[in-house]
Design a protein around this ligand. Structure first.
Ligand code: SF4
Length: 432
């Protein structure tokens, strides 16, 4: 069902009388199953929209709209397609109990893969879904491949009914769909020859595969399904050697690295991270691939825009995984601004000490790290640990945590964003 959540003031939709709560039934004679149908079918300028008003009455709107003018309709969120797998390494299975419900939704939805870049395994894909992907040209998609050999993939996804991914990808590629792939590697299951075969298969799809990320299995203390061994330094080093080989071939034949190890993989292998140039357009930065290189680049490029901040004391809260990388950045910032930066490394109280990512720190961690630091003028915290609604993973609103702390606190993506805008007040001065 496709239902209107809200209508923009002054829009075409408002003008013709579409209101919140209206169900959109069909467009130009085609029934709407979901937001994708609406988005693609309503792209015409001449529309016959059949709708059911909130009171139940069926109405038909005939619209001729000026070219390109949006209808002005926001839809209610779609019903998310759930995952049919039970991967041992599933991050959601590794969440502690008691968090907000939405965090436990195991989505596996090709529509969200196209719309938001969420990775999907395609395990629940039906023929009609593939037909829709091809018809609407949903490209690029983000696909959790993990392994192309069928038997290995069944084990990894813990799902004997998983379809053959090579056949699925072949149909998509032949239909002109491109995709980014990721392989979450579980030692002993999809490294070694399984990885090599997977890389050969993905390479054989040519331009259809835009990039591949190799990501080490990430576990928390609550990952109760996992029976394998965690990834260690040697595993990570072995994976990076494969990445290097394939990336070298890709650079020679395609002019780009094409396959990338995630930042976490380099940290596990205790290897230096590649420079920003290695990542091209950073095709999988949201997947933790090249995030550190991008941060270094943004800091370097932003230095000239920073004000002088002599005498300021600035605390920077981060996770354990950034402890080896942060000092060099803070030194450069200090040199450029005259401020004194202090790295405050914080462990994760919700997921446990094995979870070291800065972006997963929770409100309680931030509070613990900063509540006694009356000496700081301001503190920066990782912006990634707060969602779009301003809430940490432990449901603490950012503004509530901020009010309990003795200094102004700012979520920051790259230091430059905050330091440029705020000019970093001294301790005791009011935050903007
Ligand atoms: S595909 Fe696997 S990792 Fe992803 S949500 Fe499903 S069970 Fe979890």
């Amino acid at each position: 069902m496709v239902r209107v959540k809200s209508v923009i003031e002054g829009s075409i939709a408002q003008e013709i009388g579409i209101a919140a709560g209206t169900e959109l039934v069909s467009v130009n004679g085609r029934e709407l199953a979901d937001f994708l149908d609406w988005e693609f079918l309503s792209a015409d300028d001449e529309l016959v929209i059949e709708a059911r008003e909130p009171g139940g009455e069926l109405v038909v709107y005939e619209i001729e709209r000026p070219e390109g003018e949006p209808m002005g309709i926001e839809l209610e969120p779609p019903t998310i397609r759930r995952c049919a797998n039970r991967c041992e390494f599933c991050f959601i299975e590794g969440l502690p109990k008691g968090l907000r419900k939405s965090l436990y939704v195991r989505d596996d939805d090709y529509r969200l893969s196209f719309a938001y870049g969420n990775f999907a395994t395609l395990s629940n894909l039906k023929d009609r879904d593939i037909a829709r992907i091809l018809e609407y040209r949903l490209s690029p998609l983000y696909i959790s491949v993990h392994a192309t050999p069928w038997e290995a993939r069944k084990i990894l996804l813990n799902n004997p009914r998983v379809p053959n991914i090579v056949e699925q990808l072949t149909r998509l590629a032949e239909g002109g769909i491109q995709f980014h792939g990721q392989m979450v590697i579980v030692p002993g299951l999809n490294d070694g020859e399984v990885l090599e075969q997977s890389m050969r298969d993905l390479w054989s799809f040519g331009d259809a595969v835009l990039s591949v990320a190799i990501v080490p299995v990430g576990l928390t203390q609550f990952s109760h399904l996992y029976t394998g061994t965690p990834m260690d330094r040697d595993n990570a080093e072995g994976l990076l050697r494969s990445v290097d080989r394939w990336a070298e071939r890709a650079r020679a034949e395609r002019g780009e690295s094409w396959v990338y190890g995630s930042d976490e993989l380099y940290l596990l292998a205790e290897r230096p991270l590649p420079p920003a140039e290695y990542y091209g357009d950073f095709p999988q930065i949201e997947n933790g691939v090249g995030a550190v290189a991008s941060l270094r680049m943004r800091v370097r490029e932003g230095l000239a825009t920073l004000p002088r901040l002599e005498g300021r004391r600035i605390g920077v809260v981060t996770g354990v995984s950034m402890a080896g990388i942060m000092p060099e950045l803070l030194d450069v910032l200090s040199e450029s601004t005259g401020a004194r930066f202090e790295m405050i490394v914080t462990t994760n109280s919700l997921f446990g000490t094995t979870t070291t990512t800065a972006g997963l720190l929770v409100g309680a961690d931030i509070q613990r790290a900063l509540e006694t630091r009356h000496d700081l003028d301001i503190a920066l915290i990782p912006a990634e640990c707060i969602n779009d609604n301003g809430v940490f993973l432990d449901d603490e609103p950012f503004i509530a945590v901020r009010e309990r702390l003795p200094m102004p606190v700012y979520p920051s993506y790259d230091f430059i964003d905050v330091l440029t805008l705020e000019g970093a007040p001294h301790a005791g001065e009011a935050a903007a």
